[in-house]
Design a protein around this ligand. Structure first.
Ligand SMILES: NC(=O)c1ccc[n+]([C@@H]2O[C@H](COP(=O)([O-])OP(=O)(O)OC[C@H]3O[C@@H](n4cnc5c(N)ncnc54)[C@H](O)[C@@H]3O)[C@@H](O)[C@H]2O)c1
Length: 337
């Protein structure tokens, strides 16, 4: 039986398309859908784009997809499904998408993998204070007296506090299994059984903050999580705690963090900041107990293939009448990234 190949269109910026759709992914896509020129667009308002939108039953979206407003969707009367080849769909999914009952899937699960890997590395380095000792080494050179001042350098028996049992958060908990660490989780939406099954213990946020040696943040950026960790929460941390943020800058109060890090009481490993990037004069750049990376924890390079392959898996499932695995629902929007 030949399966009908629906007309499809890719909506993403050119650079993302080049990285995420190599020969293999394009070959897979062409076997599943009909593609006409232009196969990829990122400006939905040109005459060519409006013509292509008019034909498309399926969109494959990724970074650079503009908002799918009611006006733009009016140009796409046949559209039934959107397969997103990246994490959050927030930048482009509008109420009109839900009103039309269009299926939306996301590759946030696939994107969680490199973030969890990066975080695991950060946790292990935090246990040895490695990023900060590396800074000390630049200034102290062959005088190793600085080592003692960084306190205990060990990963054994440490307590790691994971805030947010999200896609990333739960993977971090699972990956910590191999270490001899105690893992505490704070998340009002998680259940003790699922947290225990992953290897953690569900506790209230205040208890987690008081007990952890390493605090790692994995909540989505939402009005409810804005400055979830502020001055009062940082004050609960013990001296020498390392704060890791690979989530979003706004979940951590930058001014309060600056204050604690400048005093030397708390150390930080930040892949995300608020604002992003930090202004050139930010004190955080200069502190030897702060490591900043330029938002690299998520999928980059061939890691992004996991996301396009995951979207193609969903497309394949959809075309063969099977239910999606990564559908996004309007209700989920309230608590997810
Ligand atoms: N650094 C990077 O490159 C990078 C890449 C991908 C994702 N991220 C960020 O990582 C974070 C996690 O992403 P995700 O896809 O795992 O998120 P997700 O969508 O899976 O998170 C949703 C979950 O977060 C938890 N949560 C919601 N509100 C909470 C609260 N107030 N307290 C505790 N837990 C709460 C709930 O369990 C909810 O189900 C997000 O902030 C995301 O933007 C960063």
């Amino acid at each position: 039986m030949t399966v009908r190949r629906p007309p499809a269109l890719l909506v993403m910026d050119a650079a993302t398309f080049r990285v995420q759709f190599g020969q293999r992914q394009l070959g897979r896509l062409r076997a599943l859908v009909e593609l006409a020129d232009p196969i990829r667009i990122d400006d939905l308002d040109t005459p060519a784009a409006r013509r292509r939108l008019g034909e498309a039953e399926v969109l494959l979206t990724s970074w650079g997809c503009p908002p799918l407003t009611a006006e733009r969707l009016a140009d796409a009367p046949r559209l039934r499904a959107i397969f997103h080849c990246a994490g959050t769909v927030r930048p482009f999914v509008t109420d009109e998408v839900w009103r039309r009952g269009i299926l939306v899937t996301s590759a946030a699960d696939a994107n969680a993998i490199p973030v969890a890997e990066f975080t695991l590395a950060a946790i292990i380095f935090a246990g040895k204070k490695a990023p900060f000792l590396a800074q000390d080494a630049r200034t102290h050179r062959d005088d190793w007296s600085y080592v003692e001042r960084r306190g205990e350098l060990s990963n054994r028996g440490r307590t790691v506090g994971v805030v947010g049992f999200s896609r990333v958060g739960r993977r971090v908990v699972e990956r910590l299994r191999g270490l001899e660490t105690e893992v505490l989780v704070a998340d009002p939406y998680a259940g003790q059984d699922e947290v225990r099954a992953a290897g953690g213990e569900l506790v209230a946020l205040a208890e987690l903050l008081e007990r952890c040696d390493v605090l790692t943040l994995h909540v989505p950026s939402l009005p409810a999580t804005h400055h979830l960790i502020g001055a009062a929460e940082l004050a609960l941390l013990r001296d020498g705690t390392t704060v890791i943020n690979t989530a979003r800058g706004a979940v951590l109060d930058t001014a309060a963090l600056e204050h604690e890090c400048a005093s030397g009481r708390i150390d930080a490993i930040l892949d995300v900041t608020d604002p992003e990037p930090l202004p050139a004069h930010s004190v955080l750049y200069d502190l030897p107990n702060v490591m900043i990376t330029p938002h690299i924890a998520g999928s980059l390079g061939n890691e992004t293939w996991r996301m396009s392959e995951s979207a193609l898996d969903e497309l394949e499932r959809h075309l063969s009448g099977r239910p999606p695995r990564t559908a996004v629902t309007p209700d989920e929007f309230a608590v997810s990234a």
